[in-house]
Design a protein around this ligand. Sequence first.
Ligand SMILES: NC(=O)c1ccc[n+]([C@@H]2O[C@H](COP(=O)([O-])OP(=O)(O)OC[C@H]3O[C@@H](n4cnc5c(N)ncnc54)[C@H](OP(=O)(O)O)[C@@H]3O)[C@@H](O)[C@H]2O)c1
Length: 291
Amino acid sequence: MGKIIVTGASGHLGTSAIRHLLDLGVQASNIVGVVRDKAKGTALADLGIELRLGDYDNAASLPSAFEGGEKLLFVSASSMDNTLRVRQHSAVVEAARNAGIKHIAYTGFAFPEKMTIGLENVHMATEYMIRTTGIDYTFLRNGFYLELLVNEGTAAAVEAGTVISAAPTGKMNYVTRDNLARAAAVVLTGEGHANKIYELTAAEPFSYDEYAAVLAEVSGKLVVHKALPAPEAVSAMVSAGVPEGGAGFMVHVVDAAIENGEFGTPSNDLVNLIGDAYTPLKAAVEAAIKG
Ligand SMILES: NC(=O)c1ccc[n+]([C@@H]2O[C@H](COP(=O)([O-])OP(=O)(O)OC[C@H]3O[C@@H](n4cnc5c(N)ncnc54)[C@H](OP(=O)(O)O)[C@@H]3O)[C@@H](O)[C@H]2O)c1
């Protein structure tokens, strides 16, 4: 078996995917982690993972990073500049083709054809680039990370007794990043995934009301959802410590799309891929609050 090359290996998803590859029985010697800075990959190096330097902004760095690879887990770039990301991604796809990679698993965005928030354009463009190569692909269309909601700030929301949003009724199909990493590892180690598209979202999307109810149930405290007009929701988040740019994006872009039904589409693809490893909302909240 040739090597599995994982880009973005220093990031949350890439590191987690490598850990799941090991868990699924892949030998460390068959995995390569591509990083921009080897100092960020020391935890992986300690696990016996070979680290190679590769920068999407430097096409000349990619041939040696991808050499000898059979499969590529291509983790999308993290720049906020979507036009730049298309150029970065095209460098990766071209290098994968030239290196003779046989299968590209690409981490995109769930239900991109239904979305209007802008990120979908990068991911659809990248999927089409990958199709131009004729290489087998699996499009891992990742849902939004549940960690956007359920994170180190969750305990504070419980203490305050309120979840603030600008989406009174819309639903979210968010899933944990670790579950998405598991799905990538399952695809890379299993059969039958060539030229498949997986919409990796929750099977049962939930509203902010339902999220607040889960917080209340798990914590045993009174927690309610307050839907505010967008400007007030931004102000409330900024007062709670969220940077203004981030609060604006979450309210004006994400909550608006949630209310528009764009994040409400369910899928069983993730559950079908990872089975019992799937983390439902309540379990994620329990882990965040109770540790
Ligand atoms: N589904 C969602 O809700 C969601 C949310 C946020 C992001 N995303 C997307 O999913 C990707 C993975 O998520 P994550 O949580 O693992 O993000 P992350 O922790 O920020 O990791 C991003 C990884 O991409 C690498 N990278 C960025 N630009 C690069 C470049 N020019 N050349 C080579 N590597 C580059 C980073 O390297 P360095 O360590 O050197 O920076 C890092 O390893 C993100 O990059 C983004 O495209 C999805």
